[in-house]
Design a protein around this ligand. Sequence first.
Ligand code: PEP
Ligand code: MG
Length: 905
Amino acid sequence: MGKGVYTFGGNRNEGSASMRNLLGGKGCNLAEMAGLGIPVPPGFTLTTEQCGAYYTNGRQLAEELKAEVLAALKWLEGVRGCGFGATENPLLLSVRSGARVSMPGMMDTVLNLGLNDQTVQALERASGNPRFAWDSYRRFITMYSNVVLNVEHALFEAELERAKERLGKHQDTDLSAEDWKKLVSAFKEIVLEETGKAFPQEPMEQLWGAIRAVFESWNTARAITYRRLNRIPDDWGTGVNVQSMVFGNMGDDCGTGVAFTRDPATGERLFYGEYLINAQGEDVVAGIRTPQPITRSQAEGTGLKSLEEAMPDSFKELDATCQRLEQHFKDMQDIEFTIERGKLFLLQTRNGKRTAMAGIRIAIDLVDEGLIDSKTALKRIDADSLSQLLAPVFDPKEKDRLRKEGHLLTKGLNAGPGAATGRIALTAEQAEKMAPEGPVVLVRVETSPEDISGMVASQGILTARGGMTSHAAVVARGMGKPCVCGASAIQIDLTRGIVKVGDHELKGGQDWISIDGSTGEVFAGKLSAHPSEVNQVLVDGRLKVEDSELYQRFAKIMRWSHEAKRMKVRTNADTPHDAAVARAFGAEGIGLCRTEHMFFEGDRIIAVREMILASDTEGRKKALAKLLPMQREDFEGIFTAMNGLPVNIRLLDPPLHEFLPQDEAGQKEMAEVIGVDLGTVERRVAQLHEFNPMMGHRGCRLGITFPEIIRMQVRAIAEAALNVAAKGIKAVPEIMVPLIGTVRELAYTKTEMLDEIAQVNKERGTQFACPMGTMIEIPRAAITSDKIAAEAEFFSFGTNDLTQMGFGFSRDDAGTFLPEYVGKKILEDDPFQSLDQEGIGELVRISCEKGRSARPGIKLGVCGEHGGDPRSVVFFHKVGLDYVSCSPYRVPIATLAAAQAALEQ
Ligand code: PEP
Ligand code: MG
């Protein structure tokens, strides 16, 4: 273990911004500011390594570390010309956490450390301000007792409230020195009662206690949760910053506040912040007093006095310092400052957190201002956050109101971003029936392909079961519909037609419900939602490009991304509409057209069911003949929408029973429509029942047993391509076989396909041909990819199934245990959301390598949900895929992620 303590400020500045990993963000930036000559109260930082050492050392501070701290403290006393614990002119300290990346509010802080019954009197004399001294002491006792001794903060708060009532005073600032003095005694009583020990008077004991408490705060429940949500490794640890105090609470020529160099919500370039006169930092955030605005323009109309007016000189210096910091760090800064008797000190600076909208605006503005280049700008934007820009939104004020009124029902998985509000429909049919009357939200235990039309008719989808790749989630994201999945608190009683959540009972067909697919929140009642500006320009055409600055910025980021990336970005789309939307978002082709979704539309399902019920090949062919023109028309529409771009069409994949009604009413109706008896339908449904349908009679296995199905599909593709070509449209189809395990499956299927195409060509006197390839979704296929490549002109990784088959986790049921797996750190992430790079990713890598060895230049892509997950996209770039394919609304996200991957290398 190297040096454990680094000083900053004063005459010995040992750190710099480049030492972030060792000193933490706060520590390294304090040193950087001191190096720039910006006024920073001097102090020292215990390194983040020491946090790890504290834990391996049985949660004890090592003697070597203590010696380093004592030496640094001695230095600090010299710099400040005062003594820690001295009864004349005492040195007081702040002790604050600071990890590599900021974890706002997650860890602990102690201010005014070093005060005791003697030093408080010395402070009184040194400052000539008894009120300030006793106010500081009571603050210290409160904070220290809470953070280090685990005494509840509320006990002190209650005591303070009682005192104010007794004294008839309202504000903390109304209390006198005498009042605070009495409260200090009362507070010490509370500590004695709660801990059984007197409040520690020995300053060194206080310091060791505070340092230990900061290290301990690395592992509070909230810090652990924050790290999990933000993917911060547990072993990074926090630094501890011990800094000499400056005081914002010495009188009316003092103050403290926080500021942003740009608006964190919109990104607009304006200085923005809040401050309080005669206060310490915690008062600004605690909401005890209403903070005042920093600038005059911000104060306009509020009746509050800005810092600009109250302390013009300090304001000017603060403004100039902030501008300098922004220029220096080349990013929007979030700073903390204190003004002590008219003198400004900076206590912290960091790159400020911001919304997606602000993130894009700031990145572009910084490029325009010449501070960064467009590549740096792209690297700074969180690719996932683009979904916030595309999703419909609720009014946050309205949401707050519903929350306060107790209408937040529950929280599920935020499976499809965006806001949806509508009356509850409990079945797909009900949704379709209700939709003409007004917006509908479909609420189901889980959805099946049968529900598609109901999903189309709905504003959003809410399910009680299912994970992020459940049917509802995949389909909803594909449609760009808000979706909340796996909201297990919801009970659906179809017989009574109600939805129950706790004490709430909502009536289907009548009551309103609102879901926020970006957060997973579910509200009882109505909220107003509207489409995002980007969609209004690109999809509905309601807004003109020149009227939307947001869209113009979005388009610029997309243009830069297209210039920077290597991989192509395609889309998963099954309809001309989805294809057109994806193309508007910049998709460079279709990577997966799932033909089964076309089988559910309108009357087609009747023909599909006839085909399934047919007892022989002839019967099946008759039904398929009815489907052929419909399927051909679908492809014509898609080829037209994608004119000139590749369209990868996958042959039928799901097991046939998915197309049959499972309930008796549905089966009766089906029997009537098709003209067979109910028994026939029931028998066929029973016959098709499978215990493990995901591993059953599906994928290429269907085409091997019923070649006439795929012959119909291939004919539809060939004829559609030839038909649109006659109209001057360039169709670029690719035909893909699903769920191949061995090369012979592919070889067999190809023979059938080639024969059908030859027939079409013979009939029409044409020479149609197109690439044929396969999905890689089964581990066996991945590890025999050299053999498979002999027959396949391309591979597309179906990472949904590859994850399912590779892990042995059912895609539709894993939601019941995966959250616990992630919670218990057995898995870092849900592998259906973010590719398991070590295992499933290794299958992808091996497959690429073997595929290329047998067929150099083989085209490689991915069309599982991971194609739209930024971290997975980076992985796919590294293994050298030619393209990723994702749902239309994720195309911009994948585009930016592909650019970031290319820029990273
Ligand atoms: C996959 O398995 O990754 C895939 C894209 O196919 P599907 O989701 O339709 O099974
Ligand atoms: Mg699949």
